[in-house]
Design a protein around this ligand. Structure first.
Ligand code: ATP
Length: 265
């Protein structure tokens, strides 16, 4: 890894691969409060980028601007070669960008099968439903066993599986995952991660926001570090090996400020 004159780490030479998502100089604000400043980062097609940073660094805000849920105040977002800056969320979703958050991304009062059917009908039409259901149950047998159970009564881990089954079967181009393992027991987090690995292997690129940075790095070969709304590193994991914790915490020598409110790694 090289450093700037201020001691801030810089990424090694860029690695070749088509970007599926690029943020170029993106800003975002909640009313008068500016949350993101000049954020630039890249998710490479077929790869996972771990987005890490202390609490309040702006990670979820990145997820929201990418999905069109929070407007940008500047800069450009390019998804799959298209400028999607300012596009409404439904249009971005139609292009193949899905977002899953720590919240329950399912319709609680509908059964497992009704949840899946709803997504598949919208995306594939009525005739595509039986095949899509068969694929979902093959990938996640536990969902098959619980097909008539209402989604609201599934465990937290099973609800994440249900959300991931939709992404897996519909071959989304990019999945933005915001703290999907939040509140889950470690053994369930393992299951969620093995499902995410399958999603990645199926060709869906990942933007992975995760408190458990060590877990995210099992899947990710690129990492972007946010500190107080600014990117302080964006590049291969190898470029920050051994220094990621310091960078996230803003420890001396990293060119960043104090560790106030820092998250874990
Ligand atoms: P955490 O890891 O704690 O979830 P984060 O890195 O995801 O944090 P964000 O949720 O993106 O951080 O928040 C970035 C900043 O924007 C924080 O200072 C937060 O208080 C502020 N913020 C987030 N959502 C809103 C909102 N709806 N209104 C006002 N300020 C907000």
């Amino acid at each position: 890894m090289t450093s700037t004159a201020e001691g801030r780490p810089t990424a090694p030479a860029p690695v070749a691969a088509e970007p599926i998502l690029e943020l170029r100089g993106v800003g975002a604000a909640y009313g008068p409060y500016e949350a993101l400043f000049d954020v630039s980062l890249t998710v490479r097609t077929g790869h996972a980028l771990a987005l890490v940073g202390a609490n309040g660094a702006g990670k979820s805000t990145v997820a929201r601007v990418v999905s069109g849920l929070v407007p940008t105040t500047g800069g450009t977002i390019v998804f799959d070669g298209r400028d999607i800056t300012g596009c409404p969320a439904y249009e971005i979703a139609r292009l193949g960008l899905s977002q899953l958050t720590e919240g329950r991304s399912v319709f609680a009062s509908l059964t497992v099968e009704e949840n899946l059917t709803l997504s598949f009908r919208r995306a594939l039409g009525r005739r595509g439903i039986p095949d899509a259901l068969a694929q979902a149950y093959e990938a996640f047998p536990r969902l098959g066993e619980r097909r008539t159970q209402s989604a609201g009564t599934l465990s937290g881990g099973e609800q994440r599986m249900l959300a991931l089954a939709r992404v897996l079967v519909l071959h989304q181009r990019l999945l933005v995952v915001d703290e999907l393992s939040f509140g889950l027991a470690p053994v369930v987090v393992d299951e969620v991660y093995s499902a995410l690995a399958r999603v990645l292997a199926s060709g869906t690129s990942l933007l992975l926001i995760e408190q458990h940075v060590d877990r995210a790095l099992v899947l990710a070969d690129d990492v972007a570090v946010l500190s107080k709304g600014r990117v302080v590193y964006d590049g291969p994991v190898a470029g920050v090996e051994g220094r990621l914790g310091d960078l996230v915490l803003g420890r001396p020598g990293t060119g960043e400020l104090s560790a106030e409110g820092a998250g874990e790694d």
